[in-house]
Design a protein around this ligand. Structure first.
Ligand code: ADP
Ligand code: MG
Length: 590
């Protein structure tokens, strides 16, 4: 039996006026162990073939057999399951979340696969090692080179442990050396798998390919076995693993809080954030395998048992409303001080510096814990916590320092700390969560800052650093200060000699832009005067100091939701389990 068999398969792309042939009358089989190179000129149908095989695209005529079974009756969700269980995708940047580290990206893939929690970290590290990225484990994906990114994509594909790997021009944007390495890596992982690689450069792959398929005009015009491959005596169809409802919900929850605030507010029809629960849940099923994730740093990993509610008008909840929520039997507890929960944090031992960091760590209240889930005891005093021993070699009795994740700050500035806590218990289930006492979560927080100043300053700094002006077809860095006619020698950090020659432009409508954390913002200001160095190799313009600050602050407003997060009137609702989510939403809504 072949893992894949195509019988007279055709695929057409129909539009209002035209029908174009993606591929026609393809009949062939694929086997485990094969390393197939698909070549052919642009438009010859390579991607179409790959997409049909991998279930990304449907087909019109013929039949695709998977482990001997017909697929023409497959529903959308059958294909969904097929893809998620059997096919690993290696496309450019496929599913890589730029703002996550390599480690977090792989962890996330494992989480989606419902990989046993206890082994996830170990497995993630193995996969990262396997693709040769260990030294970049904690680098954000956005900071990786093209080749490194593609390795991360492969690590994610491998996280699935699936029998089929498809790669569409995996080296399309890479230099020769990286391309060779990626091909070698794909070859290395091809043992016991069927790997199909589309490439326009057969030379890159010819050392490894066991088979070469050439396409032209939607047809296979050449199909050569170029090398023996290890045949397996018996091919067993792997068990179809469903992503559990729990995982889906968990991911949905995370995505709710990963949605940019503005979008989020559009979704808020009434008072609640969690009102979108159902919406996100159902759309998530569709997107889970295909989408990258939008990402916000504020609520990236809220525990499943914690709902956050907010009034649409942003106002405070009344005592009456709160007690009404409390009456719901699935609500365990309500906390008004949401800023005592930290969604990402660093942990440090007392003597060491802060030494641990993962965005998958979160905090929760101990009220959801049962005594028998914990070695040691539940936290009672204000500074007592329960942690997982998987955080590091922590023991009962240890004192730890908690701080905001490094993630939010640069590598050089230590993050602010929340204080010292004593470990009184270890979570037997090793959830990546720190559990606080009721005493801690019920304390008054009136003296807490309304703005996360570090974050605010961080944004300010980022904006100042990235401010760009496009003027007369050139990009310039924008500097503040000396745009006014009377050049101020005294405060200039550059000059003590005569003023350099400047070109002066008056009454210009100028468009400034800034990219901060992947978000591009633009502003046009009319009637501005600017000065540009006559010999401007470093491409700098000067803007009047006051205007410069105004501009920066205008841009800053765009991020206000982010740094004002501590001032939002969110209510934290502990629920007794995922399954009550919808009921509680409805109750809150009512
Ligand atoms: P290749 O990957 O070899 O460059 P494709 O499989 O992408 O080729 O395309 C094969 C043919 O199908 C081309 O003629 C292309 O124009 C057409 N085609 C591919 N995708 C679409 C689409 N989404 N809509 C219409 N035509 C398409
Ligand atoms: Mg293509």
């Amino acid at each position: 039996m072949n893992i894949l068999k195509l019988e007279n398969v055709s695929k057409y792309y129909k539009s209002a006026e035209t029908v174009s042939v993606g591929m026609k009358n393809i009949s062939t089989t694929f086997d485990i162990g094969e390393f197939v190179a698909v070549t052919g000129e642009s438009g010859s149908g390579k991607s179409t073939l790959l997409n049909v095989i991998s279930g990304l695209d449907g087909y019109e005529d013929g039949e695709v057999f998977h482990y001997g079974e017909e697929t023409s009756h497959f529903s959308v969700s059958d294909w969904e399951r097929y893809r998620s269980a059997y096919v690993g995708f290696v496309f450019q940047n496929y599913n890589i979340i730029d703002s996550y580290t390599v480690f977090q990206n792989v962890m996330f893939a494992l989480e989606v696969q419902d990989y046993p929690k206890a082994d996830r970290k170990k497995r993630a590290n193995e996969l990262i090692e396997r693709v040769g990225l260990s030294s970049h484990r904690n680098h954000k994906a956005s900071k990786l080179s093209g080749g490194q990114k593609q390795r991360a994509v492969i690590a994610r594909a491998l996280a699935k442990d699936c029998p089929i790997i498809v790669a569409d021009e995996p080296t399309g944007n890479l230099d020769t050396v990286s391309s060779k390495q990626i091909m070698a890596l794909l070859h290395e992982i091809s043992k016991d798998k069927l790997v199909i690689v589309v490439t326009h450069d057969y030379d890159q792959i010819k050392d490894y390919a066991t088979r070469k398929i050439k396409m032209h005009d939607g047809e296979i015009v050449e199909d050569l076995k170029v090398k023996e491959y290890p045949k397996k005596a018996e091919i067993i169809k792997p068990e179809l693993k469903k992503t559990s409802l729990l995982s889906l919900l968990r991911i949905s929850f995370r995505n709710i809080f990963a949605t940019p605030k503005r979008t989020l507010f559009l979704l808020l029809l009434n008072i609640i954030v969690i009102g979108v629960f159902t919406l996100v849940y159902s759309s998530q099923i569709k997107n889970i395998n295909e989408s990258g994730l939008a990402y916000s740093e504020n609520f990236p990993s809220v525990p499943e048992t914690r709902l956050l509610i907010e009034r649409r008008d942003g106002g405070k909840f009344s005592a009456q409303e709160i007690s009404q929520f409390k009456r719901n039997k699935n609500v365990l507890e309500i906390y008004e001080n949401h800023n005592l929960f930290f969604n990402e944090f660093t942990i440090g031992g007392k003597t060491e510096s802060m030494n641990y960091f993962s965005s998958f760590n979160k905090t929760d209240s101990a009220i959801i814990l049962k005594k028998n889930e914990v070695n040691g005891k539940l936290p009672v005093a204000i500074d007592e916590v329960v942690v997982s021993s998987s955080f590091g070699n922590f023991n009962i009795g240890d004192t730890i320092t908690l701080g905001i994740a490094y993630f939010h700050y640069d590598e050089y500035n230590a993050p602010p700390t929340f204080g010292e806590f004593k470990i009184v218990g270890l979570d037997k289930k090793e959830r990546d969560t720190i559990y606080f006492s009721e005493a801690y979560l019920k304390q008054a927080t009136d003296n807490k800052p309304q703005i996360d100043y570090l974050k605010y300053l961080n944004y300010r700094y980022l904006i100042s650093d990235n401010l760009k002006l496009t003027f007369l077809g050139e990009d310039y860095f924008v500097w503040s200060m000396y745009a006014e006619r009377n050049w101020d020698y005294d405060v200039s950090q550059y000059e003590s000699g005569p003023r350099p020659e400047m070109d002066v432009y008056e009454n210009q409508n100028l468009t400034f832009s800034v990219i901060v954390e992947g978000k591009e913002l633009e502003k046009t200001i009319p009637n501005l005067s600017i000065e540009v160095f006559k010999t401007n190799q470093s491409k700098v313009v000067f803007l009047n100091n006051q205007l410069y600050q105004q501009l920066r602050d205008d841009f800053l407003i765009e991020f206000e939701d982010d740094y004002r997060i501590l001032g939002r009137n969110l209510l934290v609702v502990e629920v007794s389990g995922y399954y009550y989510g919808n009921q509680i939403i409805k109750a809150v809504d009512d």
